[in-house]
Write a protein that binds this ligand. Structure first.
Ligand SMILES: Cc1cc2nc3c(=O)[nH]c(=O)nc-3n(C[C@H](O)[C@H](O)[C@H](O)COP(=O)(O)O)c2cc1C
Length: 373
């Protein structure tokens, strides 16, 4: 960034923003990042340091994806928020973020069919919108093979029970001290399995038309809003992503329909993953954009996926988004907003330790900038 005669030029990402009742001091958001260090699905004390390292006064953080029930899990050592023990374990982590002036939302998650019987109670089949299974695939670390079991299609009568799991998880998140929740409606997990027409093959009121496919997502939104208040609710969507063999024949129509429908519930924010992110960690050239959805949605808009500093500054300056969520760069640079302010070099992220279980390595050992203040 250019500086004129000792006068600081404005850095768009570092300008304040009022998100509902929250006064954000800048627009660099910590994206939700699964870290697989919550042994036995219980958040661990080492997460206190991890999240507080990434906290700034007035900064906005979204937690790693957190399971809403005992059928919600599909990865080893990911946290949950359905038991008393889990809620208690989150409290000191949330307190540490608050102590430094951060605003912290919990991303609430159900993996649906991205699971196998080993993660499920009594070894039962994972639940989904469909009976269609996922093919086994190599995990993001390029080594392990993720094995999936054929899912069981939820009956129409069972769906309200799963909606209720999201409601209870949201209540628990507030009980743990979080400022709100982000409903995980992205990346081929349960909510996305209902929304996308390449997955959802239902013939009841939750399948077929776009309206029917989005019904489950909107019922979750409505239940969570009723429980904790619209001013504490966000949702993450990735209409363009094909991750976990999801995919839709008309992602733009899907994204727009959701953006417009969400207005009815007056939720705080809509967080969308850029179309260029075909998978979670892979950026490709893409002619599509989120602009029509940004225009349609009346609350705060957060964009994520493949952003660097320049790109993020441009998106804010052009009013293509309100906030930008950074995943891998924030993972590897705990002081990312500071580095943007100083236009300082960035640490590289190490993909090999994204999902390893060590409480320090690749987690809290990324160095801070050495500055005098
Ligand atoms: C290690 C890792 C874990 C992730 N975990 C989640 C998650 O729990 N929930 C989610 O919505 N996205 C998750 N993502 C996607 C990120 O939030 C983000 O959208 C993605 O990394 C692209 O943004 P980036 O280019 O800034 O990294 C994860 C990505 C990575 C690399």
């Amino acid at each position: 960034m250019a500086f004129k005669d000792g006068e600081e030029a404005k850095i768009p990402l570092l300008t304040p923003y009022k998100m509902g009742n929250f006064e954000l001091s800048h627009r660099v958001v910590l994206a939700p990042l699964t870290r697989q260090r919550s042994f036995g699905n219980v958040p661990q004390p080492h997460a206190i340091l991890y999240y507080s390292q990434r906290t700034t006064k007035g900064g906005f953080l979204i937690s790693e994806a957190t399971g809403v029930s005992n059928t919600a899990q599909g990865y080893p050592e990911t946290p949950g928020i359905w038991t008393k023990e889990q809620v208690e374990a989150w409290k000191p982590i949330v307190d540490a973020v608050h102590a430094k002036g951060g605003i912290f939302f919990c991303q609430i998650w159900h993996v649906g069919r991205v699971s196998n019987t080993g993660f499920q109670p009594n070894g039962q089949a994972p639940i989904s919108s469909t009976n269609k299974g996922l093919m086994n695939q190599v995990r993001a670390n390029g080594i392990d093979v993720a094995r999936f079991s054929p899912p069981r299609k939820l009956t129409t009568q069972e769906i309200p029970l799963v909606v209720d799991d999201f409601r209870l998880a949201a209540r628990n998140a507030i009980e743990a001290g979080f400022d709100g929740v982000e409903i995980h409606g992205a990346h081929g997990y349960l909510i996305d399995q209902f929304m996308k027409d390449r997955v959802n093959d239902r013939t009841d009121e939750y399948g077929g038309s776009l309206e029917n496919r989005c019904r489950f997502a909107l019922e979750v939104v409505e239940a969570v809003v009723k429980e904790i208040g619209a001013d504490k609710v966000g949702i993450r969507l990735s209409p363009f992503a094909d991750y976990m063999q999801s995919g839709d024949s008309n992602p733009k129509a899907l994204g727009l329909y959701m953006a417009e429908s969400l207005n009815k519930y007056k939720i705080l924010y809509c967080h969308m993953v850029e179309p260029r992110m075909k998978s979670v960690g892979e950026k490709v050239e893409c002619p599509h954009s989120l602009v029509s959805m940004r225009k349609a949605f009346e609350g705060t808009f957060i964009s994520a996926g493949g952003y660097d500093m320049e790109d993020g500054n441009n998106a804010v300056a052009d009013n293509r988004t309100d906030l930008v969520a950074y995943g891998r760069l924030f993972l590897a640079n705990p002081d990312l907003p500071k580095r943007f302010e100083l236009n300082a070099p960035l640490n590289n992220y190490n993909r090999e330790t994204f999902y390893t279980p060590d409480p320090v390595l690749g987690y809290t050992d990324y160095p801070f900038l050495e500055t005098t203040d």
